[in-house]
Design a protein around this ligand. Structure first.
Ligand SMILES: *Cc1c(COP(=O)(O)O)cnc(C)c1O
Length: 396
């Protein structure tokens, strides 16, 4: 008998979005070597790490070279100094957590994928469409049934539960990737009440919380009742430029229980079995993010990206284009001109303006007439891209 395989992998949709973008850009560039192509499509940051972060990491690396400062295996769930920094960060917003409810990780993506370990296969998963593809694919790999919740112009890309809504595991991402839409307190309260009434669990992805400038919830735990129905996943990737350095954290309240299981205890067990912790050096860098000087440096970078977002949204407003996001998120989700789908419009932007966006269709079927632009580019490129789009007449 040969080994049997996880056949769910055969059900995965083709992971072709960024590969296809790359192919189309490469073949256009090959045919037009002179074209100066500006990429406003990728979801990676461009600002370097704050000095205070790299200094802290350098210091930690030097400590590791001494007998007194050397560290071997650390606690799987993170060093106390970093959990304490995260705890205080939440406390400033009125959210009171204990350090045992905070788990340090190597980033949000792995935690989002690994959290699926805690749940039975027979759960129905509710996922908004369009969406960050990780929620979908990790559940397909586990063979779970997925129900999509359409996000569209009518609901402002903020879908709400209704009488017909089903879903044992519910994914919410606010501020949203790709739409940039953000739930307010009342809306999140409805989701929390729904989950508590139904016994569902919300997996709340707060990776972009730091981009919020208006009076909107940064954490689902600002909502009464969330501690009995929600797990929150967060990351330093977009906040502090940690996309390559890798550090995030997940909050699982001790009050969160289902079927006689404490999810906090399950996750602790899962992490101590399958994970050996985030590196000491990186955790020292992460700790620096939460110091007053670290926060100042982060704020400076955020101001830069917000400035880019404003340049993009201002241009779209002048052209009368419908969009969401940009104000409390680094993403701008814009509507393609009539009768052009997202790939057609992608091609047009590329060939007529030499600007690369991300076709909305890549984030789900509800994204087919939208395109995502990001504020993560340089100021110069963002200005030039929007100048070309405005002068190019692609929206006329
Ligand atoms: C970028 C991003 C993350 C962060 O992932 P990391 O693994 O921490 O880099 C999480 N969720 C969403 C929706 C993202 O766009």
């Amino acid at each position: 008998m040969a080994v049997t395989m996880n056949k769910n992998y055969a059900k995965l949709g083709k992971n072709y979005l960024f590969a296809e973008i790359k192919n189309r850009v490469a073949s256009y560039q090959a045919a037009h070597p002179q074209a100066d192509i500006i990429r406003l499509g990728i979801g990676d940051v461009t600002r370097p790490l704050p000095k205070i972060v790299t200094e802290a990491m350098a210091q930690a690396a030097r400590e590791m070279a001494t007998a007194a400062g050397f560290r071997g295996y650390g606690a799987e769930q993170g060093y106390e100094f970093l959990k304490e920094a995260v705890r205080k960060y939440y406390a400033k917003r009125g959210v009171s957590l204990s350090c045992e409810e905070i788990f340090i990780s190597d980033g949000a993506k792995s935690d989002i994928g690994n959290l699926t370990d805690l749940f039975g296969q027979d759960n129905t998963v509710l996922i908004p469409d369009p969406v960050y593809p990780v929620y979908v694919d990790t559940n397909v790999m586990n063979g779970r049934q997925i129900v999509f919740l359409p996000a569209d112009e009518e609901n402002g890309f903020l879908p709400m539960p209704g009488p017909e809504t089903v879903g044992d595991i519910i994914y919410l991402c606010s501020p949203n990737n790709p739409t940039g839409a953000v739930y307010n307190k009342e809306q999140l309260q409805k989701w929390v009440d729904f989950a508590n009434a139904r016994g569902s669990i919300i997996l709340f992805d707060a990776a972009y919380e730091c981009f919020i400038q208006d009076d909107l919830p940064h954490s689902i735990y600002e909502i009464p009742g969330a501690e009995t129905c929600a797990i929150e996943i967060c990351s330093l990737s977009k906040k502090a430029g940690f996309t390559g350095t890798r550090c995030g954290y997940t909050v699982i309240p001790s009050a969160l229980k289902r079927g006689g299981f404490s999810l906090n205890a399950m996750w602790l067990r899962r992490q101590s079995t399958k994970y050996n912790g985030t590196s000491y050096v990186v955790q020292r860098g992460a700790q620096a993010v939460f110091t007053p000087d670290g926060e100042k440096a982060v704020e400076e970078n955020l101001r830069y990206y917000r400035g880019n977002a404003r340049i993009i949204t201002q241009a779209l407003e002048e052209m009368g284009v419908y969009y969401t996001g940009g104000r409390n998120a680094p993403y701008i989700w814009l509507k393609c001109p009539p009768s052009q789908d997202s790939w057609e419009f992608f091609d047009r932007l590329l060939s007529e303006c030499h600007v690369v966006g991300t076709p909305g269709a890549g984030f789900g079927s509800c994204g087919w007439e939208y395109l995502r632009l990001t504020a993560f580019g340089t100021r110069k490129n963002t200005l030039e891209a929007m100048r070309r789009i405005q002068n190019g007449g692609v929206f006329r």
